[in-house]
Design a protein around this ligand. Structure first.
Ligand SMILES: CC(C)[C@@H]1NC[C@@H](O)[C@H](O)[C@@H]1O
Length: 440
């Protein structure tokens, strides 16, 4: 029987279930690439969630917010712009400097594949309103100017050719081509949001354009959706799900319907019963920030720990890269993807296609962490925060045996009461979090 079609009602839409591919995927790559990649500057201040909102917007670490960081007329972003480019240099003057002259989408796809990424999400239109696709609703796009290429189309083809799913990000509520008063706080942010019915029609039409042209596996909307077209949302979702049967949408369409919840840098409250996704840059920014060198980026041990702890608690990790304006990915970001891919090539069996165990993650006072996943009857244990050489930890209420996924690791296992004592004999820091399996 043909798949049931969705109708334009909330009742119909809410019958959509999270498709297996998204639940199994566990790891994707976010890409923030745009005009802002030319100036590539933001002060290295705080992780989102660590700053007062009143401090955030004039000291914004997000390089993709460059336009507003200048528009506020004060703070390090503004001062940097005036000093380097002059007060009369406009944001749009960066467009002809974005040439993407060294961009090879197949090379990006090769890097993502080697990293173990199962899906990719590209910014098709960020808050600056510049579209990375040939929209028929605006000429402010990457085919008509700047790179003069359909970045979304070329990357979608390359990523899918590599056997990776393609998702699309869209700034649904904020578009500085329609409303560009400086944003100093959240009131300003939502005050500039979707100012008119004309914008609501524009964003609805562009989202439909993206669905029809690229049939993305993920619709990653940002900030929110225009109130003026909120009633039409079920039609948009029905159109999407009928066209992309195993597509997923995030929770940033005003939270009225979603396949997965989103977290940005910090986990905050966690509900393991719902599918969620953690996203973050490798540094404090999503867009490339030239002052964020290797020392300012997340370390590999912390990156592996983030992936393991996210997956063990029913999440996916969507790790962002910020390419340079010329189309190359900064070497320090590529290196992290390569190492993560090497770790996943050994331990991925305990990550991809697994489900959270009924065992909660354990964060011990000595810094050791135990995280659990399962696949059918097989239990996977990930131990992190270990020291070189010998470490001991108890898997309570466990009557099987465990063996390491990394054949370099030597362990002893000793039945102890109702559990199993595990002793590593030769742990080395380069093994990062170690994976153990109960599969014989
Ligand atoms: C999580 C990521 C998509 C961020 N969402 C909020 C934006 O303001 C920010 O620049 C970035 O795109």
């Amino acid at each position: 029987m043909a798949d049931k079609r969705y109708t334009g009602s909330w009742e119909s839409i809410q019958k959509h279930e999270v498709p297996k591919w998204y639940d199994d995927a566990k790891f994707g790559i976010f890409i923030h690439w745009g005009i802002y990649s030319v100036p590539a500057y933001a002060p290295h201040t705080w992780e989102l969630g660590d700053a007062q909102v009143t401090d955030w917007f004039c000291n914004n670490p997000y390089a993709e917010w460059y336009y507003n960081s200048v528009n506020v007329g004060r703070g390090p972003g503004y001062e940097h712009h005036v000093e380097k480019y002059g007060a009369d240099f406009k944001y749009e003057d960066f467009i002809p400097m974005w040439k993407a002259e060294n961009w090879n989408p197949d090379e990006w796809a090769r890097i993502f594949k080697k990293a173990g990424a199962q899906y990719v999400v590209l910014t098709t239109k960020h808050h600056d309103g510049f579209c990375l696709f040939p929209s028929k609703y605006t000429d402010f796009n990457s085919v008509k100017m700047g790179p003069e290429r359909d970045i979304t189309g070329e990357l979608t083809d390359a990523v899918r050719s590599a056997g990776i799913r393609m998702g699309l990000y869209y700034s649904g509520l904020i578009d500085w081509q329609f409303a560009n008063d400086p944003i100093f706080d959240d009131d300003d942010l939502f005050g500039t949001a979707s100012p008119t019915y004309a914008y609501a029609d524009f964003s609805y039409n562009q989202m439909k354009e993206l669905i029809d042209k690229y049939e993305p596996s993920v619709l990653w909307n940002d900030i929110g959706w225009p109130k003026q077209s909120e009633e039409a949302m079920p039609y948009l979702f029905a159109h999407y799900y009928n066209k992309v049967r195993d597509g997923v949408v995030n929770d940033r369409f005003n939270g009225k319907h979603y396949d997965f919840l989103t977290k940005e840098y910090q986990v905050g409250e966690m509900d393991r019963s719902q599918k969620w996704e953690m996203c973050r840059g490798m540094g404090l920014s999503f867009g490339y920030n030239e002052i964020e060198g290797d020392d300012q980026l997340i370390t590999v041990p912390k990156l592996v720990n983030l992936l393991v702890s996210t997956v063990a608690n029913n999440g996916n990790l969507l790790l962002n890269i910020g390419p340079k304006a010329d189309g190359t990915i900064p070497a320090e970001q590529v290196r992290r993807l390569e190492i993560l891919g090497e770790w996943l090539s050994v331990n991925g069996v305990g990550i991809f296609g697994t489900h959270p165990s009924d065992r909660e993650s354990e964060i011990r006072e000595d810094g050791m962490e135990l995280h659990y996943t399962r696949k059918d009857h097989v239990l996977y244990v990930f131990a992190d925060g270990l020291k070189d050489g010998v470490n001991e930890f108890l898997i309570s209420d466990f009557h099987g045996n465990l063996r390491p996924l990394d054949e370099r690791l030597q362990i002893e296992t000793i039945p102890a009461g109702d559990g199993l004592l595990v002793r590593t004999k030769n742990y080395q820091a380069g093994m990062y979090a170690i994976g153990l399996t109960s599969e014989g």
